[in-house]
Design a protein. Structure first.
Length: 321
């Protein structure tokens, strides 16, 4: 099915259902919330007679973007369920997504697990929020932005592109952001809310710079053991703010941040300026985009194995580029 045909098929399903419940991934980021609640707000504006819900539990410090709704199990009966920004079904926040009448996936990650009755995946989009904006722009007679929907989608784009910095940013991304900005929300305030960090995270980024291990090919590694997180007063969800820190350093080519979890294992955040790192992530219980992925390491031994694989990828990349 062609892209536009799929989007029309999704719109036809939306029109059919009187109740629509929208999910996103666990440990949400601005794009997860932006695409999810942005779509919810668009549907509320475009179809005021429908019941629209956004679900998935606490938003971990992103409540300046939106808050979630509570729904009961029985409300899933006869409902349409849409999931945004989530590549794999086991990462969907709130497992009741299976209780709906029909399931739609809308995403921009590689389509490793094509779940759902209908799915629209565009890996060329900077963010899922950009896809939701495109959806509205394709059907201007039927779908309408509100000021808040525009704010949420803009926030999602800013979050996933690192304020239009990361390579997934295209001319189309910038044009879409411009269309959204015309809705008049306070973009300056939103940019600041997304970008600002707490004093404890600022101090932790000092630790990251001081303790970065770096080899001659640009392979970087930072390990954040539980004791360090406790010393700096930072919890795992806040570490997303320091993932991009090593990337500012000229010699760094690809890197991993290994954050120890209360259970003992390490959550791994992988980033790259060139070498493709999502295959590596898949070998270690993870996945993601070619230049931005996540994985998990059982123990310090697996942490070192992953670092050695980053080193190999950097070395190969240096030899071929
Ligand atoms: Mn995203």
């Amino acid at each position: 099915m062609k892209d536009l045909d799929m989007l029309s098929a999704i719109l036809a399903e939306i029109k059919k259902y009187s109740r629509i419940i929208i999910h996103r991934h666990q440990r949400p980021d601005p794009d997860a919330i932006g695409s999810q609640v942005g779509l919810a707000e668009i549907l509320r504006t475009s179809f005021p007679e429908k019941e629209i819900y956004q679900v998935g539990g606490p938003v971990e410090g992103l409540d300046y973007l939106a808050v979630m709704d509570e729904v009961t199990e029985s409300q899933y009966q006869g409902a349409l369920v849409i999931v945004t920004d989530t590549a794999n079904s086991d990462r969907i926040s709130d497992k009741r997504y299976v209780l709906g009448d029909k399931l739609i996936k809308i995403d921009h990650h590689p389509n490793d697990e094509p779940y759902g009755d209908l799915l629209y995946v565009n890996t060329g989009a900077s963010s899922c929020s950009e896809i939701i904006a495109d959806f509205v722009l394709q059907f201007p007679d039927e779908l309408k932005f509100s000021e808040n929907a525009a704010r949420l989608l803009y926030g999602g784009i800013v979050g996933d592109t690192g304020r239009f910095l990361y390579p997934a940013t295209t001319a189309h991304t910038l044009r879409t952001a411009a269309v959204l900005m015309d809705y008049g929300f306070n973009a300056n305030k939103l940019n600041r809310e997304i970008d600002q960090i707490s004093m404890s995270v600022a101090r932790l980024s000092g630790f990251v710079n001081q303790n970065l291990r770096l080899d001659e090919n640009g392979a970087g590694q930072v390990i954040l053991p539980s004791e360090v997180l406790a010393e700096y007063g930072v919890v795992d969800s806040e570490t997303s703010a320091i993932v991009s820190v090593p990337g500012k350093i000229d010699q760094v080519l690809a890197w991993g941040i290994f954050v120890q979890q209360p259970e003992g294992y390490y959550r791994v955040r992988l980033r790259s300026k060139g070498p493709v790192i999502n295959e590596l992530a898949k070998r270690h219980h993870g996945g993601g985009h070619p230049l931005a992925s996540g994985a998990n390491a059982h123990d310090l031994k697996e942490v070192q194995e992953i670092y050695q694989e980053i080193q190999r990828l950097c070395q190969e990349y240096r030899e071929n580029n």
